[in-house]
Design a protein around this ligand. Structure first.
Ligand code: XBP
Ligand code: MG
Length: 253
């Protein structure tokens, strides 16, 4: 069956959002609530082992702050902290502070022109996706995606397959007819275990991750004047990731 759809992860894949985006927003929310928690670049890299911002806050306290005594309304506090964090993060997006990664807009445009169906499968909060698409891609970019599968709509976040299976079900398309883009071990576990061929574009936080199951690992999607750097697998003679390169992986991987 010919390739039907491309499914994109968001954080680390569409844009490098974690170190200078989400991490800064978490710290701003902690300050807003008078908490002495500060996630530096190194600690945040460890905390990224857990997907989901609310889950990440709990993981931080459980694993790095044994001194912390949760208040009676702890569950509510986590929700309020995360809502504050989301406000801070979206403000960064509104200010144009989080650009797309190389090749993302080019490939999305090429795929649309070729009539490929597009979807998002991400752990992040839906409002974050809307803001990233609107402020970093195009005013109407949300409409480019048939399905935006995001955040708490599934019981289990990546590396569970839930978010990808949810997207496939709503698109009425089978995993074998799709191709996914991810940046992390949790992400490629989720997409590959859902049966979707997956390309990994790495970032500083995920360089040493275990990407078992990926069709190839590259630095980024690249541009004609700025080729992708191959890390593992083959680019099949392509200098950067375009639809021809994706079709080669899709048909031969
Ligand atoms: C990355 C995540 C998210 C973000 C933070 O998602 O795990 O939790 O780090 O966003 P993906 P929230 O790589 O699947 O796009 O605070 O909204 O969860
Ligand atoms: Mg990601």
């Amino acid at each position: 069956m010919p390739l039907q759809a491309l499914l994109f992860d968001v954080d680390g894949t569409l844009a490098d959002t974690e170190r200078d985006g989400h991490r800064i927003a978490f710290n701003a929310a902690f300050r807003e609530y008078g908490l002495d928690w500060n996630w530096d670049v190194d600690l945040y890299g460890k905390l990224l082992a857990v997907t989901g911002g609310k889950e990440r806050i709990r993981y931080y306290l459980d694993s790095f702050r044994p001194d912390y005594i949760p208040p009676n309304n702890f569950d509510d506090l986590v929700i309020k902290l995360h809502e504050a964090k989301t406000r801070h993060y979206i403000r960064q997006l509104e200010q144009g502070k989080i650009p797309l990664r190389p090749g993302v807009k080019r490939l999305l445009t090429e795929a649309r022109d070729a009539g490929l169906r597009l979807a998002i499968a991400t752990t992040t909060t839906p409002a974050n996706v809307s803001a990233l698409l609107k402020y970093s891609l195009a005013e109407d970019a949300e409409e480019w995606f048939e399905v935006i599968a995001a955040g708490d709509i599934v019981p289990a976040k990546k590396p569970a397959t839930d978010i990808y299976l949810w997207a496939l079900e709503r698109m009425h398309v089978s995993a074998a007819d799709c191709f996914a883009f991810e940046d992390s071990a949790n992400g490629v576990r989720s997409s590959a275990d859902a049966g979707i061929k997956t390309l990994v574009t790495v970032n500083d936080y995920t360089l040493d991750h275990d990407f078992r199951g990926a069709v190839a690992i590259v630095s980024d999607l690249g541009e004609p004047q700025a080729p992708s750097r191959l890390i593992q697998g083959s680019l099949n003679g392509h200098a950067y990731v375009n639809l021809a390169a994706i079709h080669d992986w899709y048909e031969n991987a």
